[in-house]
Design a protein around this ligand. Structure first.
Ligand code: C2E
Ligand code: MG
Ligand code: MG
Length: 273
């Protein structure tokens, strides 16, 4: 009987694995088709300064699959990376965001807004990355000074020299760089200092833990003050309540993002004043 059960288990496992693989392959094929048929959307979440004034937005990708519904970016991005489709996907994201920047540039009140776009490490290391970004900016007529690329910490662990070269090339045209989700990875401070970063975003968990126990706040406090002394702008994301906002303002954070100020929103319903 045990043998019987054992065999059943193996059989069950195989079926699930097979299903998972088929689903993933099918999803990857759907991704490519979805790019052509308008299933992808950018939602925008506002960023505010210490006065509560909107300084920019972060673009966050959304995929509405015709059968599976909304597929969250945490699933979509790894899928796109594994299947090599991160390149066309990021191209579409950058084009859409830069077209939006161009639209805003024609409205004086919206012209100063920054647009932050997340760049996956795989995309960043593509040999054409620098050219791709510059071409898209040019095609869209968008001001590079308004574009902020958000990079993740694993990039710092990979190839500092290459990262430095790419960032420097893009910074020459006015683009700025922010390190996303700071405090979740393993990046060393020496690696951080070697890159021409304009700012960093403190990860939501980092911020959300701050006020739950006093012991949790010493690391954020020390890091924020260290970063500021290095001339790096500190932004805080995942701000959900006034208490977090006040605490981080006291620590010297200059920019805030979180549900307290607004949820990621489609462009039609975004309020920018
Ligand atoms: P991220 O870049 O750190 O983006 C912030 C995430 O936190 C977003 O989740 C946002 O909806 C969420 N968030 C914003 N405010 C709050 C808050 O107050 N509380 C909490 N709990 N969460 C908040 P989302 O949109 O699901 O994106 C998840 C991650 O997927 C992003 O993290 C980013 O790493 C990746 N991602 C999203 N869009 C893109 C994209 O266009 N390209 C790439 N490469 N990655 C993307
Ligand atoms: Mg981000
Ligand atoms: Mg983040």
């Amino acid at each position: 009987q045990a043998k019987e059960r054992g065999r059943n288990c193996v059989c069950h496992f195989d079926t699930n694995l097979q299903e998972a693989l088929t689903t993933r392959e099918a999803l990857a094929a759907d991704l490519l088709a979805g790019l052509d048929s308008g299933q992808f959307h950018l939602h925008y979440q506002t960023q505010v300064n210490t006065d509560g004034k909107i300084t920019g937005v972060e673009a966050l990708v959304r995929w509405r699959h015709p059968e599976h519904g909304w597929i969250p970016p945490d699933e979509l991005i790894p899928l796109a990376e594994r299947s090599g489709l991160i390149l066309p996907l990021t191209q579409w994201i950058l084009e859409t965001a830069c077209q939006q920047l161009f639209e805003w540039s024609r409205i004086p009140a919206l012209e100063p807004l920054n647009m932050a776009v997340n760049i996956s490490t795989r995309q960043f290391y593509h040999p054409d990355f620098v050219d791709t970004v510059q071409d898209i900016l040019k095609q869209c007529g968008a001001n590079p000074q308004r574009l902020r690329l958000e990079l993740t910490e694993d990039l710092l662990l990979t190839d500092i020299k290459n990262s430095f070269a790419k960032m420097t090339a893009l910074k020459k045209s006015g683009i700025s760089f922010v390190l996303d989700n700071f405090g979740t990875g393993y990046s060393s401070l020496s690696a951080l200092r070697q890159l021409p970063l304009d700012g960093l975003k403190i990860a939501p968990d980092f911020v959300n833990n701050v006020l739950t126990s006093p012991g949790n706040s010493s690391l954020p406090i020390a890091l924020i003050s260290l970063m500021r002394s290095l001339g790096i702008e500190v932004m805080a994301e995942g701000i959900e309540n006034q208490q977090q906002r006040e605490f981080l303002t006291e620590q010297g954070c200059l920019t805030f993002q979180g549900y307290l100020f607004g949820y990621p929103t489609p462009i039609e319903s975004l309020t920018l004043n």
